[in-house]
Design a protein around this ligand. Structure first.
Ligand code: GRF
Length: 216
């Protein structure tokens, strides 16, 4: 009997194009997953509509009314609700919050993030603009396991694109986005296939420790 598909929770804060790529990949059978819930810290996140239209459960928990000092309490509440859907993997896909170490601990090795830069370069915001301003020749996107530090957990894979002299932050973002989607889908498939493990801070792929991220 084939193994049941990997149960995936996706966390978003906005547009949800990475989510849509995962939904499409699930539908086409390219990626053997079952997206069990899409959660957002922003009830107005556009991606929640895509999830609902695809018949996926949605969860919106707005931290707006909570003081910043209650960040850990918010995270615990959010992750408690997500855990009720018993996901095997949590994917942060444009989820714009840094998470508390205490909620992450039980998910070590089972939570990944996609970020639009070649990490460790340019954690945080405005990655395309920063790559252009630095005069980089190559830019890209990365998938990494999540730690409590912003965009800093162990790297699984990246995808690269060459910068053109004519590039602006917008053209770069537009060119990178489909590559980012493909990268995320590939990484999730590898995890669904049981090919990826996080041991300590080292990512293993096909039982081999990675000294650098895989290239997609
Ligand atoms: C993506 O570039 C993601 O890497 C970054 O925010 C963007 C979200 O895009 N963290 P979307 O919501 O998936 O369309």
């Amino acid at each position: 009997m084939p193994a049941p598909p990997l149960r995936v929770a996706v966390l978003i804060s906005g547009r949800g194009s990475n989510l849509q790529a995962l939904i499409a990949a699930q539908r086409s059978g390219e990626v053997a997953i079952d997206i069990v819930v899409v959660a957002s810290n922003r009830p107005a996140a556009e991606g929640l509509h895509h999830a609902a239209a695809a018949g996926i459960a949605t969860l919106a928990l707005d931290p707006g009314h909570m003081p910043a000092s209650d960040r850990a309490r918010y995270d615990a509440e959010l992750f408690g609700r997500i855990a009720a859907f018993t996901p095997d993997l949590i994917v942060l896909a444009g989820f714009m919050r840094v998470l508390d170490a205490a909620v992450l601990a039980p998910w070590a090795g089972r939570i990944i993030n996609v970020h639009p830069s070649l990490l460790p370069k340019y954690p945080g915001l405005h990655t395309h603009r920063r790559a252009l301003e630095a005069g980089d020749r190559v830019h890209g996107a990365s998938v990494h396991f999540v730690s409590a530090e912003l965009d800093a957990g162990p790297l699984l894979a990246c995808t690269e694109i060459a910068l053109k002299p004519s590039d602006t932050a917008d053209t770069l973002a537009a060119r990178l986005l489909p590559r980012e989607h493909a990268l995320l889908c590939r990484c999730v498939q590898w995890i669904a296939d049981g090919r990826v493990q996080l041991r300590g801070n080292t990512v293993h792929f096909d039982e081999t420790p990675l000294s650098e991220p895989l290239r997609v």
